[in-house]
Design a protein around this ligand. Structure first.
Ligand code: DGL
Length: 267
């Protein structure tokens, strides 16, 4: 039994889509969530800069005595997973490998489409992770930065969102994909709108559920599950305004967020 919290982070609120699945699978776990909202978005930044941000956040989480770190952000996973793993002593889980695995399991035509941030697409992290599992799969990616902004602003519907989604997806449909991988943790919040633009042949999948399964398995394998009956403690940090985080976070998580603190960017 290990009561220490799990640390989860993202550039903003998107990682809460992963957190939600973790809570579904291991509801007893205490959580510290860090949203670097002041420096959002990470997607257009240089990966070296994102790596520095992510390393700093990981060190902050370690200072809070976490027993595991979940990088609930594709861009940060692409930029910093191996460096964080190298430096940090607790288990570290990213979202790209689980997402790649889910896509490989789902595709029949062996043609997978990915929408993600510019940083994630340019890193080729999904191409590499998918091909590592099955070389014969073709991966077609398109950066979809505006969708990240819609979601972070809390815009989940409307003509302009739908039009933007279809503009990003149409080039992938010309490649006859049968799986569309949501390579950004913000996107599950507009999954229905994305599905509306896809034909019935295209399966839309995200890495959130698969990542949560990895979290559960690692907790079990390392014998660090929290089996306590106490109500779990969920603490949130944001580098921007607490009130905005509080309001949007509630929508993202689907339940009230009780404990949000502002933290200085320089921690
Ligand atoms: N949610 C993040 C991801 O999965 C990044 C969004 C952003 O900051 O651009 O890549």
């Amino acid at each position: 039994m290990d009561l220490r919290p799990i640390g989860v982070f993202d550039s903003g609120l998107g990682g809460i889509t992963v957190l939600k699945e973790i809570i579904n699978l291991v509801p007893n776990e205490n959580i510290i969530y860090f949203g670097d909202t002041a420096r959002f978005p990470y997607g257009p930044r240089e990966l070296s800069q994102v790596k520095n941000f992510a390393l700093k956040i990981a060190r902050f989480l370690v200072s809070k005595n976490v027993k595991m770190i979940v990088i609930a952000c594709n861009t940060s996973t692409a930029a910093a997973l191996s460096d964080i793993k190298q430096e940090i002593k607790v288990p570290v889980i990213g979202v790209i490998e689980p997402g790649a695995r889910a896509a490989v399991n789902a595709t029949e035509s062996k043609r997978v489409g990915v929408i993600a941030t510019k940083g994630t697409v340019e890193s080729m992290a999904y191409d590499n992770a998918i091909k590592k599992i099955d070389k014969s799969i073709d991966v077609f990616s398109n950066p979809a930065p505006l969708l990240v902004d819609y979601v972070e602003k809390g815009i989940f519907e409307g003509r302009s969102l739908e039009k933007t989604i279809c503009e990003y997806l149409n080039p992938l449909f010309t490649k006859s994909i049968d799986v569309l991988l949501l390579g950004c943790t913000h996107f599950p919040l507009i999954e229905n709108n994305i599905k509306n633009c896809c034909s019935a042949q295209v399966k839309v999948i995200s890495s959130a559920v698969e990542t949560a399964k990895d979290v559960e398995k690692t907790l079990k394998d390392k014998d660090i599950l929290n089996n306590s009956d106490n109500e779990s403690d969920r603490k949130f940090y944001t580098t921007a305004d607490e009130n905005t985080f509080f309001k949007s976070g509630k929508i993202f998580l689907g339940e009230k967020i009780k404990d949000v603190s502002h933290i200085d960017i320089d921690m």
